[in-house]
Write a protein that binds this ligand. Structure first.
Ligand SMILES: C[S@@+](CC[C@H](N)C(=O)[O-])C[C@H]1O[C@@H](n2cnc3c(N)ncnc32)[C@H](O)[C@@H]1O
Length: 314
């Protein structure tokens, strides 16, 4: 998914950036259930993505070690372990509580022997270390990173480091593009029509401040294929998959959207007018028939773009 989809995440006390009126630092541990719920909703897309990554690797290339950098609760780590049956998949994250969830998930799915976790604060922890990963992440045949690079001040530096841990012929895949999620019609019968477009604008505003407040924040033209080429990768390209859950939504999708809207209401209310804040309150009311938990017209449509590149064999 695009940065848009997580820019709704509430402020907290995660990585210590942000200050004053616009706190944009994020407590990722608090996000655990929401991240795992989102990952589970995205499972069909994640499985298609893993299969496509397999097609992008040379057929003779053995995939023995996979890194999922900024893994969160490890939903994709486990999908990758399932898709690449000879590989060890390592979830790398700065939030220990999320890594515990990744391990518990792997155990539940019977993947425990092939899923490991590595606590790392990025970008410092992006070093490859020696060949066994001592003192760093170690090398890998496939490096996956979804919606994490945009939380690092120097995105090109992060891509350079991720490309640097690839073994020859290895693939780097970053999910950093797509479209803002859609889940409501233009006119929802309450408030002013076009709420989602205004929520998108509020999120863009939040996102810009979040990035500006990151340690070592560097602005860059976010031309991901060009950035991957600059990181020394070849066969650079991208692909996009859609998640299309039509109305009426099931319970877990509604719960996900409720949490998403609650976080927007909390983190972005400064950028919304009174009428839109009231509309959000109705959408969040669990008893209101117009609320997101009950209204019949809520759907979920999201597009995730993955940018890929291969480390030349020599
Ligand atoms: C938006 S979540 C994405 C989680 C998962 N990859 C997904 O796509 O659902 C970003 C993840 O990156 C991690 N993260 C963000 N900044 C980090 C940093 N500086 N060091 C280590 N991990 C970080 C967070 O803990 C969180 O799990």
């Amino acid at each position: 998914m695009s940065p848009h989809s997580d820019s709704a995440h509430a402020h907290g006390h995660g990585h210590g950036h942000g200050h004053g009126e616009h706190r944009t630092d994020i407590d990722w541990e608090v996000m655990a259930v929401q991240l795992e719920n989102n990952g589970e909703l995205q499972l069909p897309v994640l499985r298609l993505t893993a299969a496509r990554l397999g097609e992008l690797l040379d057929p003779e290339k053995e995939v023995r070690r996979i890194l999922d950098v900024g893994s969160g609760p490890g939903v994709m780590t486990c999908v990758l372990a399932e898709a690449f049956a000879d590989a060890e998949a390592v979830a790398v994250d700065g939030a220990p509580g999320l890594l515990e969830r990744a391990l518990a998930r792997a155990e539940r799915l019977g993947l425990g022997g092939r899923v490991a976790v590595r606590h790392a604060e990025l970008p410092e922890g992006l070093d490859g270390g020696d060949e066994h990963g001592e003192g760093g992440l170690g090398t890998a045949d496939l490096v996956w990173s979804s919606k994490a690079v945009h939380h690092l001040g120097d995105q090109q530096g992060a891509l350079d480091a991720l490309a640097g841990v690839l073994r020859p012929g290895g693939l780097l895949a970053v999910a950093e593009g797509g479209l803002p999620m859609r889940f409501l019609p233009r006119d929802i019968g309450i408030g002013r029509p076009g709420l989602q477009a205004r929520l998108d604008a509020a999120q863009e505003h939040w996102f810009e401040i979040m990035r500006a407040e990151l340690p070592g924040s560097t602005s860059a033209v976010e031309d991901w294929p060009a950035m991957l080429s600059r990181a020394g990768l070849t066969r650079v390209g991208s692909f996009t998959f859609l998640l299309d859950l039509p109305a009426p939504l099931g319970e877990s999708a509604r719960a996900f959207l409720h949490a998403q809207l609650a976080r927007m209401r909390e983190a972005m209310s400064d950028y919304l007018d009174v009428e839109d804040r009231k509309t959000l309150d109705v959408l969040l009311d669990p008893r209101a028939p117009e609320g997101i938990l009950r209204r019949p017209d809520a759907f979920l449509l999201s597009a995730t773009t993955v940018f890929t590149g291969v480390r030349p064999a020599r």
